[in-house]
Design a protein around this ligand. Structure first.
Ligand code: ARG
Length: 737
């Protein structure tokens, strides 16, 4: 992902005075009171900033969690630790429990009691306790004349010290200091992790991923992208690894579910963990993304997807094994196609360029500014100029190399851990063996040798063809010298012999580790050479030009517009975004409504296309139109809605809350017309796509019949206002208009 700028922001805030507010901004919770509270209340928030984030009491913060260190967001919706997130966020877990015989990915799964809930291996959730500004302390020893390396060293030393101190104060919590505004500010976050997480329910894939990759990143949408988990704790509510003794976790705070639904213009806020944005990216960065970075990612992933698909179509077991890997690869393949399209269509380059011109003029207005910011644009220009020739190689080292076929990443991780096996320290050796066995379990479960081999050969061949020899990983020389430059010959040796391609050979190695075996393993050799290649791109002196230029540009733009409300780029820390529900016009003569209804499922239905299959049970229920209390005023079942909240990857699964802080939906996607949004927010076009909570509850209630879950949830519904008739008004019309 990439980032954005301020002309637009500026325009957005001026607009905001007259129309519904824009919408741009991923705000830090501890700054809400100072920066946003008044505006939010004016827009429809009936709470205070203290109700959202407080140091003294339970608040909305306590109901919002992140999954697996930042991959997605989720929220707690009962006093027994019931968790709601997206289907695509639990996709790997659901796939992991699926077999050809018991395919819960295809058929769905609902635990009708606690005993039926499925403990998910290697899964964690994290609660945020508090945030503290530590900028002053972190920058205390930093001076203006330090070079980038010295600066970074000084900063890292203080960060390590702060984290160490915090661990001493409370070993149950996990402290983390992160950089904001690209190295200009630093905040400490205190976290608590829970690791006994169980799968409680998921709809069939035909609901949870309805529309598949065709509808992905697009509106109008008809996807029931949700799943249910539960957090378990020890008897005292503390984190504990899985045990039968554990009990459902009693949260400090859970969300109530509102059945009021949404109207155009309604206030919405979204809390969650956006992963990364690049809103301060320079025009040269846009150019490099458009010309080099994005097309390279798309090209490699294209080949990867085609290769996986051939095998998945041919074998139902492989289809399940590779379902999550395929979806993950396809998601950002389409993302980069959309981002390039959006950057061009919205001419983001020119907007950034204009801002940089403004910045230059402002800088030249004073000698002090020249002194501080004089180098900014030059540093960035030099960085991009010097890296244009290596971007493609950098992308390939990762996309075709390390994460191309599964064997390479596995070999790299095992290769690193294996050093520990030879340690004199028995504890360390045992730890290494355990961690390797853990990794192997996950790897072999979803590994199909034929598929992996095809991926290896196809991707490495492309790598050798497309990337100049002086940037190729060193093991390509071996392939040229000993295998006639033919990766299938290398694969013919590697797959049948490596201890990483067979569970028995792997176990034999771990129980009797041999340095010689490790050294001679062709998969380890390839993986280590790939990681060297990958790292070389980031350890180049160019990288510090980029870091330095980016930091200065960000600081300078803020100084240039001191009255603007600034928010930092996303960095996997908890943020809040507020805005309104709203329709939009994606193109000339085209209008998109702000909700979709169940009628759209029946219109899109195509049982000959796996992406648009409609499950028989679902179809008959929809045709019966038994929507009960989940229907809108017109008797329709609303499926999804859009709002102008500012979110990005990592926000998936985030709660969409109304002005009372009650749950009205679950954010799961962005829209096609604004795929450049991570670089430049587009007030007119950018929308968050959410699944309406009424559809979620309807599926759990009417389709799954999971009354046990419905009973756990606190529903709120504002009673309809009584219809008042006064003598001066005409009596309720009888058909007149
Ligand atoms: N685009 C969504 C996101 O990044 C993921 C949707 C998953 N669905 C899919 N068809 N791959 O949050």
């Amino acid at each position: 992902m990439k980032q954005r700028i301020f002309l637009l922001l500026f325009a957005a805030f001026q607009l905001a005075a007259t129309t519904a507010r824009a919408d741009e901004g991923m705000w830090l919770l501890h700054m809400l009171q100072r920066i946003n509270e008044a505006e939010m209340q004016q827009m429809g928030l009936n709470l205070t900033a203290e109700d959202i984030y407080s140091l003294n009491q339970a608040c909305l913060r306590d109901a919002v969690i992140t999954l697996n260190g930042g991959s997605c967001t989720a929220e707690i919706i009962s006093d027994q630790g019931l968790v709601l997130t997206n289907h695509h966020c639990a996709y790997g877990a659901i796939q992991g429990f699926s077999t050809v015989e018991d395919d819960i990915l295809t058929n769905g799964f609902w635990a009708m009691s606690l005993e039926e809930e499925k403990p998910i291996p290697d899964f964690s959730v994290t609660f945020l306790q508090r945030i503290e500004d530590v900028t002053e302390r972190v920058l205390a020893d930093v001076t203006a004349d330090m070079d980038a390396g010295a600066r970074e060293q000084a900063i890292q030393a203080v960060i390590a010290q702060i984290e160490e101190e915090e661990k001493g104060i409370n070993p149950d919590f996990r402290p983390q200091v992160k950089s904001f505004y690209h190295g200009n500010e630093f905040y400490l976050f205190i976290y608590r992790d829970y690791t006994d997480i169980r799968l409680v329910g998921n709809p069939p894939e035909s609901i949870g991923k309805f529309g598949g990759d065709t509808d992905n990143w697009m509106w109008p949408r008809h996807t029931g992208d949700f799943s249910l988990l539960r957090i378990y704790s020890d008897a005292d509510g503390n984190p504990a690894d899985y045990s039968e003794e554990n009990k459902p976790y009693t949260p400090k705070r859970h969300l109530k579910v509102s059945l009021d639904g949404v109207q155009n213009g309604d206030f919405t806020m979204i809390m969650g963990y956006p992963g990364s944005t690049d809103r301060f990216l320079s025009s040269r960065g846009i150019q490099q993304a458009l010309d080099l970075y994005n097309p390279s990612v798309v090209e490699v992933r294209d080949l990867k997807l085609r290769t996986m698909k051939t095998h998945m179509d041919a074998d139902p077991a492989v289809r399940i094994q590779y379902a999550a890997k395929y979806a993950q690869t396809a998601n950002y393949w389409k993302y980069y196609i959309g981002q390039s399209k959006g950057l061009k269509a919205l001419d983001v380059y020119s907007k950034k360029k204009a801002l940089e011109d403004e910045f230059s003029a402002w800088m030249q207005g004073s000698p002090e500014r020249m002194e501080t910011y004089g180098e900014t644009l030059g540093l960035l220009d030099t960085y991009y100029q010097n890296t244009d020739a290596t971007v493609k190689g950098q992308v390939y080292s990762l996309e075709a190399g390390l994460i191309g076929c599964d064997l390479m990443l596995f070999a790299f991780r095992v290769g690193m851990a294996a050093q520990g096996l030879f340690s004199e320290d028995a504890d360390r050796a045992a730890g290494a063996a355990a961690s390797m066995r853990g990794r192997a379990e996950g790897f072999f479960k979803d590994y199909d040798m034929e598929t992996d081999r095809d991926l290896f050969v196809a991707l490495m061949t492309k790598y050798m063809e497309d990337i100049p020899a002086d940037q190729q990983p060193s093991y390509f020389n071996t392939v040229r010298d000993k295998y006639k430059g033919d990766f299938s010959r290398y694969a013919d040796k590697m797959y049948p012999k490596s201890f990483l391609t067979d569970a028995d050979r792997f176990e034999a190695f771990v129980s009797e580790p041999s340095e010689k075996v490790l050294e001679k393993d062709l998969a380890v050799a390839a993986a280590m050479s790939l990681i060297d290649s990958y790292r070389s791109y980031f350890s180049s002196p160019e990288q510090s030009k980029y870091d330095e230029g980016y930091r200065l540009l960000t600081a300078g733009l803020r100084e240039m517009n001191p009255d603007k409300m600034w928010y930092p780029d996303a960095n996997s820390t908890m943020r809040l975004s507020y805005g309104t529900v709203g329709d939009y016009d994606p193109a000339d003569a085209v209008h998109y409504d702000f909700v979709t209804t169940s009628d759209g499922i029946l219109q899109k239905k195509d049982n000959s296309n796996p992406e648009f299959v409609v499950d028989g049970t679902l179809e008959s229920l929809l045709r019966k139109r038994d929507f009960g209390r989940y229907a809108d005023d017109a008797g329709n079942l609303v499926l999804c809605f859009i709002s102008n909240n500012d979110i990005t990857g990592g926000n998936s699964g985030s709660p969409v809350l109304n002005g009372n802080g009650d749950l009205i939906g679950l954010a799961f996607d962005g829209n096609w017309e604004a795929m450049s949004g991570d670089i430049a927010f587009e007030p007119e076009l950018q929308r968050t796509i959410s699944v309406d909570i009424r559809y979620v509850m309807w599926v759990i209630d009417k389709m799954a019949g999971a009354q046990n879950l419905i009973d756990e949830i606190d529903f709120v519904m504002t009673p309809a206002a009584p219809v008042e008739t006064t003598e001066t008004e005409a009596p309720a019309e009888e058909g007149g208009r």
